[in-house]
Design a protein around this ligand. Sequence first.
Ligand code: ADP
Ligand code: MG
Length: 318
Amino acid sequence: MTKTNKKRAVVALGGNAISMRDKTDTIANQFDNTVASLGSIIALIKHGYQLAITHGNGPQVGNALMRVELARGKAPTLPLYVCVADLQGGMGYMIEQCLQSRLSEEKIKRQVVALVTQVVVDENDPDFQNPTKFIGQFYSKQTALKLAREMGWQKIVQFPGDRRWRRVVPSPKPIEIIEGDTIKCLVDEGTIVIAAGGGGIPVLRKKGKLVGVDAVIDKDRAAAVMAREIEAELLIILTDIDQVAINYGTPQQKWLNKVSLKEIAEHYRNGQFPPGSMGPKIEAAISFLESGGRQVIITSIENGYDAVRGKAGTTIVR
Ligand code: ADP
Ligand code: MG
């Protein structure tokens, strides 16, 4: 095994980067998109980083839930947290194999492993009382009501600005990664670990036992917790936009190249980053930098390689 120096990084891949909105979503395309997302990971490895990788699962978990609904009465219903666990395996396998092939092409000797990861959440988290995360397909009101009744869903809501309805689940804050020490040991040895996929399998601690709970954890928040637990200095969030902007989508829009923690925290407080998209990434950046991280890069998959070399993306420093 190649011994590397002690610089550690966490890379978070967006689920939308693997199932792209503008391409037919087939497994073959997911493999191609995954291969295309490896640029920044290869750059980090060449720069001597030890690495943990995490990934989103938004589009994929939507498909998994559709399969569960279509198979009702024929195969046992899978709870959401088992779908998340299954996808950590399926997507973890995909990323693992694509990375192994690429490393072999580059003649780099590093082990790669995907790990099924549980993340502890608090049952008193306000999101359990008032769920906020839209998930799965869109339905007519009638179908949504029927499914909610038959499948025991906690909440359905009319999608904002739309006539269709959607399921809403809790998105509690991640507190601790059960397999955190294992991830750190493996990363320390130079293994590239794919972990906390989809934000991790949400679990509660109940009388000394762990139990899965129907919720989804934001993958950017989970990435920040993982980065803290493995004592990474760098967190890279790869999404579908090249840079972070202030006054995004307005005539006053300004792209950010390099900003300090203080500046970004101020923009965050001023409501510059919406809750469902850029908000969690900025929140993750702030919490990582406040807990000892040195640098966060937010950029697109395509620009990941250049961003690592300081030539693209938005960099936030402590
Ligand atoms: P992911 O699947 O990677 O988590 P999201 O769709 O959740 O991706 O978040 C990325 C999106 O955030 C971008 O496509 C962009 O449209 C949106 N966005 C919202 N506010 C901003 C902002 N201030 N700067 C840049 N992008 C923003
Ligand atoms: Mg997102």
